[in-house]
Design a protein around this ligand. Sequence first.
Ligand code: CDT
Length: 312
Amino acid sequence: MSRIITVGAAQTGPIQNTDSRTDVVERLIELLRQGNAAGCDLVVFPELALTTFFPRWYVENKEEFDHYFETEMPGPETQPLFEEASRLGVGFHLGYAELTSEGKHFNTSILVDKEGQIVAKYRKVHLPGHEEHEPWRDFQHLERYYFDPGSGFEVHSAFGGILGMAICNDRRWPETYRVLGLQGCEMALIGYNTPIHYAPDPDQDRLQGFHNHLVLQSGAYQNGMWVVGVAKAGKEEGCDLLGESAIIAPSGEIKALCSTVEDELVVAECNLDLCSDYKETLFNFSRYRRPETYTRITSQTGVEIPDKIKES
Ligand code: CDT
């Protein structure tokens, strides 16, 4: 019998700064109910799904922004989402800003099972943007100022398969998928908030949609896994965020695609057994990989041009 997870990619429209957690959770519950009506086992919400994307603003005293962070999960405002998930018997993935009791700040996602229990947590590894205030930009991207980096990529036994998580900028790095793939990952859940405007090189603005699907699809294909990429989209606090949330098969083909920049659910029946079509053939890692030739991937960060090239 095939192993099928029916997944809903629950894109949200913008969340403005004045929107309360309670308002946002109501929207998420509505998407969860739509997912239930469509037969979903799992509904995937975006990165930082409870608040506006606050790293677009600089504040000198970072503690003033601690109100964007969750100190408990579930907390009083998010509890209704967990209760509804458990009542409906639908699992979910949720991205949010996490403040730990040790005072660490993470860009976090969790996986919640059909009983409403947290079964896995992931903290974003690749923090994009900049550390310092850069007033020349139309808006900031200060994830490196507000967040501490997470410690790695893990997989989890959940929903009848092997699932992993990554967050937004992680999806642009092939290492993300490969580290998950090397642990047998059959489905990667990836929320994102991607501004259309990229200040360091605005020539990339027109390519945001192309690059999004390029990395999600190649990550899926090259590792024989399903990839669920889910956006917070639309005009948020004057900043246009990419939509185009997608569910991608291990073949690299897009099986479901959002067409708006609003709250929107698209659904796909994801057969996890399709992963082996790729994992056991073209991407049979144990047969074909040559890690002894890849040592640079873990031994260096930046480019090191070999001396023989520099001297030529
Ligand atoms: N949230 C997030 O990681 N966004 C980045 C924006 C580009 S870097 C400023 C992304 O990779 O989509």
